[in-house]
Design a protein around this ligand. Structure first.
Ligand code: SAM
Length: 464
């Protein structure tokens, strides 16, 4: 059987989709090639969020066609995912060596399409149609394909996005929100835990919208009063899902990404207080600190509402680690708007922030706004914000030195396999010595001895 190499661009959702495709191909008898140079099939799973990511994948495919196809004309080349969805046939018109273009609702068809192409029954396949039910097809895992991942796993709970932020291409590449059922997700999580997984990250484009259009809120309990820690409206489907996953015996930790600040109702804040397996960590994309820009972005919250939310989360879990996404240079962003973003970053004291220079995406409303910010200013603002974020993070990380904290041991460090890594509940990576490989998957206390940028170093605490 042929061997396949999958290269993934972009977010955790894309990583998860690639893993599901790899698992599907392995189940059909394909092997996983260690590199593209020896693979019979090369698939690029693409990202469209920024132009840079698209250009990288296009250049990569051009090089593959020129270097690999030239010597081995039988190699099958394919694009999958977001750029495949948004560009479709255009990709083959531009790069005629490409054999397969598979959209975001068609990952489960990868093996069938490759079989057709390899058997010579079809020359080229472009499949980017919508497919009802496809949200439930990202469910196979490759736990032993990557030893590092077998302690932790991603579970896709939904696909698509209905938020339509004016900068964002995702609603056009991933389609409308579609959610899996709670029993289906719980059954996948149970299987993972039975195979040794200790930490599950629930994934979706906007997880706080999970099930909103399919199931609705739970009935509020009868006789509710102010003393009961249950929201008057009944729990949202996402919190019902958290409750159900929390019941799974043997599961130690639950994370989720990405939520939308607007989706944090009181029931979700309560969940942080009530569900011990839900770790003290939240990735809360703020995008800007200026209300004017937030409105232009169609984010649906103000700076003040965001700050109240942070305060509530810190009240529920004082140790919570908070990360965010911020866009600099959104069309019309003035120096004053940008300074409000700097001041918000200082006020919140994010543990980590992913900064994006605004990138014009086709078909999105912001791409046509008149006041596009010059590239040079986007670069400069990116640098200034990075300095503030790094400064704050350095102080926050240093505060861990001398403290004892619990980690989940994930496996050998990628940079130095002689050492081990784990993650704190608040999502900080800890590197340490003196642990055996069999400690992988265990919860362990470490004493932090040193901090560098975005990494902690420590020694395991030996119990008396
Ligand atoms: N669902 C999350 C939300 O909007 O709250 C985030 C998903 S998005 C794929 C990941 C991040 O990419 C966004 O939070 C945003 O900061 C960034 N991003 C999206 N579109 C962008 C664009 N056109 N230019 C620059 N950054 C962008």
């Amino acid at each position: 059987m042929p061997s396949v190499y999958i290269k993934t661009y972009g977010c955790q959702m894309n990583e998860r989709d690639s893993e599901a495709v790899a698992a599907q191909l392995v189940a059909k008898g394909y092997s996983l090639a260690p590199s593209e140079t020896v693979a019979d099939v090369i698939l690029l799973n693409t990202c469209s969020v920024r132009d840079l990511a698209e250009q990288k994948a296009l250049r990569k495919m051009e090089n593959l066609a020129a270097e690999i196809r030239r010597d081995r004309p039988e190699v099958v080349l394919g694009f999958m995912g977001c750029m495949a969805q948004s560009r479709g046939q255009e990709l083959i018109d531009r790069l005629p060596d490409v054999d397969l273009v598979l959209g975001t609702q068609k990952f489960h068809r990868a093996a069938d399409c490759l079989d057709e192409i390899i058997a010579g029954r079809r020359d080229k396949i472009v499949d980017v149609a919508e497919e009802p039910g496809s949200e439930a097809t990202i469910r196979e895992h490759l736990l032993n394909g990557n030893a590092q991942k077998s302690v932790t796993a991603y579970v896709s709970i939904m696909q698509g996005c209905n938020q339509y932020c004016t900068f964002c291409i995702v609603p056009y590449t991933r389609g409308e929100e579609r959610s899996r059922t709670i029993p289906d997700i719980v059954s996948e999580c149970r299987q993972l835990v039975a195979q040794g997984v200790k930490e599950i990250t629930l994934l979706g484009q906007i997880v706080t919208s999970y099930g909103r259009r399919r199931f609705g809120r739970a009935e509020p309990p009868l006789g509710q009063d102010a003393q009961q820690r249950v929201p008057a409206q009944g729990k949202s489907p996402f919190v019902q899902l958290l409750d159900a996953v929390h019941e799974i015996e043997g599961l130690e930790r639950i994370r989720f990404t990405a939520p939308h600040p607007k989706g944090y109702g009181d029931d979700l804040i309560e969940a942080y207080a009530l569900l011990p397996k839900l770790v003290e960590s939240a990735h809360l994309p703020v995008q800007s600190g200026s209300n004017r820009v937030l409105k232009l972005m169609h984010r649906g919250y103000t700076r003040e509402q965001y700050l109240v939310l942070i305060e509530k989360l810190r009240r529920a879990r004082p140790e919570i680690g908070i990360s965010t996404d911020i866009i600099v240079g959104f069309p019309g962003e003035t120096e004053d708007d940008f300074e409000q973003t700097l001041s918000l970053a200082r006020e919140v004291e994010f543990d980590q922030a992913y900064i994006f220079k605004y990138s014009q995406r086709r078909d999105t409303p912001a791409a046509d706004l008149p006041e596009q910010v010059p590239q040079k200013i986007r670069e400069e603002r990116n640098q200034r914000l990075l300095e503030v974020i790094n400064e704050i993070a350095a102080v926050k990380y240093k505060k861990f030195v001398g403290r004892r904290t619990q980690i989940l041991v994930e496996g050998p460090s990628r940079k130095n396999p002689a050492r081990m890594t784990g993650r704190t509940r608040c999502n900080k990576i800890v590197v340490f010595d003196f642990a055996e490989r069999e400690h992988r998957g265990r919860l362990m206390d470490v004493k932090i001895t040193r901090a560098s940028s975005f990494t902690l170093y420590g020694d395991p605490v030996i119990p008396d």
